[in-house]
Design a protein. Structure first.
Lengths: 123, 217
């Protein structure tokens, strides 16, 4: 059963919950309140611009200044909407999943960091 | 320091729903219960409580094979309100009265046990497991030791068995009898929280440690 709000995890390697928390609890709280609105339908995710799309599942980017949260939204008729935090990081040069990101190249972020996570999560 | 404003780019025009979506792998997703607990502890926001209550409502509804609209009709609220409750909308969870109405509509019962900080609370679990009225799983029978072990390790969900679910927060859902997947017609006892603390992963050692006779059979 899919949880309404969850985080991507590859045990021993990736923990998106920890990434979100590392951005700070105030940001995590704001994001979760927003996710609640998506799940309840108060915000229609179809009105948002996807950052990526994999197998029909859109992934959106939320920004809080330099903090970024990428979240997939699954909309199943029988279980309603669920939100999965796929990636959370600060916009600055860093290494994520072994890939160096310069903090500016969003194509690289999408193709080499986010997409492999989506491919693992949505095989 | 003020938290920066959240921004999500809006589409130029609303998109229509796509075709069938891929489904996320459950072994690749993690509940946010740890983060929610820390949020609650640091900000006393109640956000985590609301979300956990929402998840509980959603599970009760799905176990009862009810749609949000059917559940809303049963308790006299709109489908949108059920959706909000399941999303844990706002910073406060639903009232106990609302939870009770939902539980009744789903053929469930709410019951509360002492927390693990109370020795008596710890003793309640094996007493329940010993209780002959608890038929743990007509689908894939679970022996009592397995159930107790899952309770002790605390983070395992056996939802595929439909017999007992141990949420990340330590909640247990124990069906009293019958097939819990059969249209939600059987009563269930929802217990919370039975958080078993410590690292006692061996159920026999745990029984011995607490001076409780190990259940037979």
């Amino acid at each position: 059963m899919t949880r309404p709000i969850s985080a991507y995890e590859r045990p021993g390697h990736v923990n998106a919950e920890g990434e979100l928390e590392a951005l700070g609890l105030p940001i995590a709280e704001k994001f979760l309140l927003y996710a609640q609105k998506l799940i309840s339908g108060r915000i229609d995710h179809l009105a948002l611009q996807p950052f990526a799309d994999y197998k029909g599942v859109p992934t959106y980017m939320a920004s809080f200044g330099k903090a970024l949260v990428f979240f997939a939204v699954q909309d199943a008729a029988d279980e309603g909407i669920s939100v999965t935090v796929m990636l959370a990081l600060r916009r600055r040069p860093c290494v994520v999943d072994g890939v160096r990101w310069n903090g500016a190249d969003f194509s690289l972020l999408r193709d080499e960091i986010l997409m492999p996570r989506l491919q693992d999560y949505l095989p | 320091m003020k938290t920066p404003r959240m921004k999500v780019q809006r589409a130029d025009r609303p998109r229509s729903p796509g075709g069938p979506e891929a489904k996320g792998r459950s072994d690749r997703e993690k509940s946010l219960s740890g983060l929610l607990s820390r949020l609650d502890a640091s900000r006393k926001s109640g956000l985590g409580a609301g979300l956990r209550a929402g998840e509980m409502i959603r599970r009760m509804r799905l176990c009862a094979n009810l749609s949000q609209k059917q559940l809303g009709d049963a308790i006299g609220v709109a489908q949108a309100r059920i959706s909000e409750l399941e999303a844990g909308l706002g910073k406060n969870g639903p009232s106990f009265a609302v939870l009770e109405r939902i539980a009744a509509a789903c053929g469930s019962q709410l019951a509360f046990l002492p927390t693990s900080s109370s020795p008596a609370g710890l003793r309640d679990l094996p007493a329940l497991i010993r209780d002959e009225r608890l038929m743990l799983s007509p689908i894939a029978p679970l022996d009592r030791e397995t159930v107790a072990r899952q309770a002790l390790t605390g983070d395992t969900m056996l939802s595929s068995f439909g017999a007992i679910e141990i949420f990340g927060s330590g909640q247990l859902m124990v069906p009293l009898s019958g097939n819990p997947n059969a249209a939600g017609t059987e009563p269930r006892l929802v217990l919370e929280p039975v958080a078993i603390t410590g690292d006692a992963t061996d159920v026999r050692a745990w029984y011995a440690e607490h001076g409780i006779d190990e259940p037979q059979g």
